[in-house]
Ligand binder design. Structure first.
Ligand SMILES: C[S@@+](CC[C@H](N)C(=O)[O-])C[C@H]1O[C@@H](n2cnc3c(N)ncnc32)[C@H](O)[C@@H]1O
Length: 261
C-alpha cells in the first residue's frame, strides 16, 4: 500500500539505535498525558510502537497508525510480546496520517517524535489536522511534538559535512556507526534534505554503508499555532521540553497540547 521512506533498512535499525533508545522522557510525558486525558488514544506515525506499547502497558486502549508496513511489522512483533490484557488494548493500522477515516472517536490523539515533520506541504498538514479533528471526542486533546528550529543550523553550509552522531552494537553482533549530513537546503520551503549514514560492520567483517535520506520540514512556533487555529484548534498548553518547561530560546522541543474550539 505505502511508498513510505521507512519501508527500508531503517526499520531494522530503528529501535536499537541509541538516538531512539535514549528517548525515555517523551515516553513518560505521553504516559502522563494518557493518564490526564484518558483513552481511547490514537497515535499517528506510531512506527515500531515505542510509545504505543508503553501506553497499552499503562492500561490504555490505543490505536497506532503508520504509513510504513516495515515499521508496523516491528510493532506487531512487540504487541505479540505483551501480556494478553495489554495486547488486546493495541490496534495497529496501516494508513496515511493526512488521509484516514477510522470511524471512531478518541479522547486523545498523539503524534510523538516528529512524524508531523514528514508532512512537507501545508495542505498535507491541514489535511492531517482536519482528520484529527474529526476523530476527536468532545473535550478531547491533540498533542504533537516537533523540534524547535535553530534557524542558523538550518542554513549553515557547515552542516553539509558528515558528522558522527553515535555508534552501537546490535544484539546480533553488528557494529553500527551513524553519522549525519545535510545534502541540500531548501530555505524557501522550510525543508532540508537530510542524510543519516549507517556504516555497518557485520559479524563476518563485511562492511556496508546504508543511507537513510529524507526531506525534513522544520517549523516555527507561531506557524504551528496559526496552523492549529486555521484547523479549528486552540492551544491549551505548550512546552519546550518533555519536562513541561516553557518554550525558551534554547528549548529543544516544541510540544503543543491542543483542543478543538
Ligand atoms: C521518527 S518515526 C516516529 C515513530 C514513533 N512515533 C516513535 O516515537 O518512535 C516517524 C514515523 O512517522 C511515520 N510517517 C511518516 N509519514 C507518515 C504519514 N504520512 N502517515 C503515517 N505515518 C507516517 C513513519 O513511517 C515513521 O514510522
Amino acid at each position: 500500500m505505502s511508498d513510505s521512506l521507512y519501508d527500508s533498512f531503517i526499520a531494522d535499525y530503528y529501535d536499537e539505535s541509541p538516538i531512539v533508545k535514549g528517548r525515555v522522557q517523551d515516553v513518560a510525558f505521553y504516559r502522563n498525558a494518557a493518564r490526564d486525558f484518558g483513552d481511547p488514544i490514537l497515535e499517528l506515525g506510531c512506527g515500531t510502537g515505542r510509545i504505543t506499547m508503553a501506553l497499552a502497558e499503562a492500561g490504555k486502549r490505543i490505536t497506532g497508525l503508520d504509513l510504513s508496513g516495515r515499521m508496523l511489522e516491528r510493532a506487531v512483533k512487540k504487541r505479540a510480546a505483551l501480556r494478553v490484557e495489554a495486547r488486546e488494548r493495541v490496534h495497529l493500522v496501516q494508513g496515511d496520517m493526512a488521509r484516514f477515516d477510522l470511524g471512531e472517536k478518541f479522547r486523545l490523539v498523539i503524534i510523538p517524535f516528529r512524524p508531523f515533520q514528514h508532512l512537507l506541504e501545508v495542505r498535507q498538514q491541514m489535511d492531517c489536522l482536519e482528520c484529527v479533528r474529526k476523530h476527536l471526542a468532545s473535550g478531547g486533546r491533540l498533542i504533537l511534538d516537533v523540534f524547535q528550529t535553530d534557524a542558523e543550523r538550518m542554513h549553515d553550509p557547515v552542516h553539509m559535512r558528515e558528522v558522527p552522531l553515535t555508534e552501537y552494537e546490535t544484539a546480533d553482533g553488528r557494529h553500527v556507526r551513524i553519522s549525519e549530513r545535510v545534502a541540500a537546503f531548501h530555505r524557501a520551503e522550510q525543508r532540508n534534505d537530510v542524510e543519516m549514514i549507517f556504516s555497518i560492520t557485520h559479524r563476518d567483517g563485511r562492511q556496508e554503508r546504508l543511507v537513510f535520506a529524507w526531506p525534513l520540514r522544520y517549523f516555527f512556533r507561531y506557524e504551528v499555532e496559526h496552523l492549529l487555529a486555521r484547523c479549528g484548534f486552540k492551544v491549551a498548553a505548550r512546552y519546550g521540553d518533555f519536562d513541561r518547561s516553557p518554550i525558551r530560546d534554547d528549548s529543544p522541543e516544541m510540544i503543543f497540547v491542543a483542543e478543538t474550539r
